[in-house]
Design a protein around this ligand. Structure first.
Ligand SMILES: *Cc1c(COP(=O)(O)O)cnc(C)c1O
Length: 371
């Protein structure tokens, strides 16, 4: 049995719409669809299939196991893995034809050894840290690493990558510094021009057109959100449409008297006689406890507020003013109902996080259905 009171709905058409807009924005550059972490909660395999039908042939995952799973699902595009691998798993790159993004010498050696064993060469991307202070070789090692790769038989450097730390803030001076560092890497060697450069995430794709190079890597915007959040409706301006919606239902109506405390800790006390809608959704479903007393949901087209703390599997909302509310009524937690919309940016703002985390938490903790 796989039925929950709560369902996540994935709108494949919205996903394809977003992909087409973004790849148009990318111009001549190739557009990699980031489907890591189960497609940001949208389902890695299903989203990749929908994207492939729309012409996408380049996918990015975090761990090797995700790449193996994606390949085994029948994906025929190029699949890049971004987080390295355990030495014992190197064979998968050859058996599944996956392309590693590499940031250590030992991984380069392991891949070269794999290439000898499988009698076939392998293409790799080299990752350099140009300002994120996360993964990557140091840019000062560039020539050395390129020479090292040349000395390893069977290893072909296809491209060079880095990552923007602040591309969602167009005015950050970091953007130009990272761009300059990356450009000088590519320019400062004879090989450089032959490598495919890739620097831009969604923020870079949208805000830094000079930084598209050969490949852009887009994640959050594929799923309909602007990396900077809801600032001035930028996602709508670009024509991006949220792909994920989240629904529950009213499990019970609970009539309480003025002065009654609600949920753990009684952080909410009714100021009037009121009707609570009890919803079978809570933080174990990815509906953050930080929404306690703050979040809103839509019932019968009307926005209503969460009263008191969000529990593990339940929360209460004030439905006193919702005309004709009934037990069993559908509830929109993320999505549009009538003239009201709640999106992952709103939930992120209220819970002091970003749409990315909201989508992963909700998408990966609920039954998904695909439109
Ligand atoms: C996740 C990720 C991206 C995509 O970032 P978005 O902000 O979601 O577009 C791009 N590049 C790398 C290396 C990533 O880890």
């Amino acid at each position: 049995m796989n039925n929950s009171f709560n369902t996540v709905t994935i709108d494949r058409q919205a996903l394809v719409n977003n992909y087409q807009l973004l790849s148009k924005l990318a111009g001549e550059s190739r557009t990699l669809a980031m489907v890591k972490s189960d497609g940001y909660g949208h389902g890695q395999i299903e989203t990749s299939q929908a994207l492939a039908q729309a012409g996408c042939d380049l996918f990015g995952v975090a761990e090797l196991s995700e790449g193996v799973e994606l390949r085994e699902s029948g994906c025929r595009g190029e699949i890049l893995t971004f987080l390295g691998f355990d030495r014992g798993d190197v064979d998968y790159f050859f058996s599944c034809t996956l392309t590693p993004v590499v940031f250590t010498r030992t991984d380069l050696q392991a891949l070269a050894a794999g290439s000898v064993k499988h009698n076939r060469s392998i293409e790799v991307y080299l990752k350099f840290d140009c300002g994120m202070s996360r993964l990557g070789f140091n840019p000062s090692e560039y020539q050395e690493i390129v020479e090292f790769c040349k000395s390893l038989k069977g290893l072909k450097v296809k491209g060079v990558m880095s990552h923007f730390p602040c591309s969602d803030e167009p005015d950050s001076p970091s953007n130009n510094a990272v761009y300059e560092r990356f450009t000088s890497l590519l320019n400062n060697s004879a090989e450089g021009s032959g490598f495919e450069g890739s620097l831009a995430n969604s923020g870079g794709l949208i805000n830094q057109p000079q930084a598209h190079f050969g490949m852009v890597r887009t994640g959050i915007s594929l799923y309909g959100y602007h990396p900077a959040g809801r600032q001035a409706g930028q996602a709508e301006k670009l024509g991006l449409r949220p792909v994920l919606s989240f629904h529950s239902r009213v499990l019970q109506l609970n009539h309480i008297k003025a002065g009654t405390g609600v949920s753990y800790g009684h952080t909410f006390v009714a100021e009037r006689d009121m009707t609570l809608g009890v919803l079978p959704v809570g933080y174990s479903d990815g509906y953050f406890r930080a929404l306690s007393g703050k979040g809103e949901v839509i019932i019968r087209g009307k926005r209503v507020k969460i009263c008191g703390r969000v529990c593990m599997n339940l929360c209460m909302v004030d439905v006193t003013d919702v005309t004709d509310v009934q037990e069993g009524d559908p509830v929109t937690l993320i999505g549009t109902e009538g003239s009201e919309t709640i999106d992952a940016d709103e939930i992120g703002q209220l819970s002091n996080t970003i749409s990315y985390e909201v989508l992963c938490a909700i998408g990966n903790n609920n039954q998904r259905i695909y439109m």
